[in-house]
Design a binder for this molecule. Structure first.
Ligand code: PLP
Length: 352
């Protein structure tokens, strides 16, 4: 096998450490693990055993397939699926011992059992029962009653307090544990933590407190090889659309990661990478399989084909890359491509 042009290192101990940190912050509330979308792109098969070993015993996934995969990995945990079974798939939820999250009246009618999560919409307007309809269910028992915050990453947003108040009132009507906070919600204060927090992004090292220092440990390091280095002998334009111009004498390194690898096209201009410990800017458009870095600031001859550029790591974090691309760190992680050679450290696992 030829050497891969990109490599993605995932630190399972950092994920477990982030979960334990959130447990400390949320206590006495318990903390689940949100591992949908293949554990935010980092690999459910490696992430969930590491979380389990750290003590996590309740996981949230998005759909039946994810639930079935997780059940095969972890026979002894609770798995909540954020969508209830569609007609004909109730038996599969039972077979895999999945807790459906019941979002609307149809879900509630189709799943009469107590082994379910009731989701009440308090302001997200995506999934969940209208609060007015929740009153009729007070006699029913559920494993958990939950709602989801729309603006938890904006502590001053008035919707946070409105959702917290409404959920406090609604949850008190049910004889079941209650859950409201996602990662950022944990940091909004004790009033948001209820009985269970449901963090995802903070486990994976994204910053749940935007605008402040990231309290979580970094989890990933993404690197790609330098393919070619050139010095401009005359003024040149760089890449598709000739959107960037460089003067004679600038040195450019072409690096093997592009939008097909989830290195978002919108990241340029604005994004940077690390090369030999120095931050270097992207120049020109992101191509399918490559980007170009302006390495003029590094000593001549110091950058060569085969060198590794750090695209995420060493201070260039997924949140910064997301900001350059006009998106959020979640999209950076869940877009990480299949061409990277993945390696895992820690987690009590067996390495790469
Ligand atoms: C219902 C629900 N709860 C919890 C989470 C975890 O959120 P975060 O990754 O922001 O912690 C999500 C993620 O989108 C979600 O949809």
């Amino acid at each position: 096998m030829p050497a891969p042009p990109g490599r993605l290192a995932i630190d399972l101990d950092a994920i477990a450490g982030n979960w334990l940190k959130l447990c400390g912050l949320a206590a006495p509330a318990a903390v689940a693990g949100v591992v949908k979308a293949d554990a935010y792109g980092l690999g459910m098969d490696r992430v969930t055993p590491a979380l389990r070993r750290a003590g996590c015993s309740l996981f949230f996934v998005a759909g039946l397939e994810e639930g079935a995969s997780l059940r095969a990995l972890l026979p002894d945990v609770e798995i909540a699926v954020l969508s209830a079974p569609v007609e004909g798939f109730q038996a599969a939820y039972r077979d895999y011992r999945l807790l459906p999250v019941l979002n609307h009246a149809g879900d509630l009618a189709a799943w009469p059992g107590e082994d379910a999560v009731l989701h009440i919409d308090t302001g997200m307007t995506r999934l969940g029962l209208d609060p007015a309809d929740a009153a009729a269910l007070e006699q029913r028992r559920f494993r958990l009653v939950m709602s989801h915050l729309a603006c938890a990453d904006e502590p001053d947003h008035p919707l946070n307090e409105a959702q917290r108040r409404l959920f406090t009132e609604l949850a008190a009507r049910f004889d079941a544990p209650a859950s409201l906070a996602n990662s950022s919600g944990v940091f909004l204060g004790p009033g948001y933590r209820f009985d269970l927090a449901r963090p995802g992004m903070a486990l994976y090292g994204l910053n749940p407190t935007p605008g402040e220092a990231n309290p979580m440990q970094p989890v990933i390091r993404l690197e790609a090889r330098v393919l070619q280095v050139r010095e401009a002998g005359r003024p040149l334009t760089v890449g598709y659309g000739a959107t960037a111009e460089v003067r004679a004498g600038r040195r450019l390194a072409t690096v093997a990661a592009g939008y097909a690898d989830g290195y978002l096209r919108a990241a340029s201009p604005g994004a940077g990478a690390m090369l030999h410990g120095r931050e270097v800017p992207l120049i020109g458009r992101v191509s399918m399989d490559s980007i170009v870095l302006d390495v003029t600031g590094l000593p001549p001859g110091s950058v060569n084909p085969g060198d590794w550029a750090v695209l995420i790591g060493e201070g260039v974090d997924a949140d910064a890359l997301a900001e350059a691309a006009g998106t959020i760190g979640y999209e950076i992680l869940t877009s990480l491509g299949a061409r990277y050679a993945r390696s895992y450290t820690g987690g009590g696992g067996s390495g790469a």
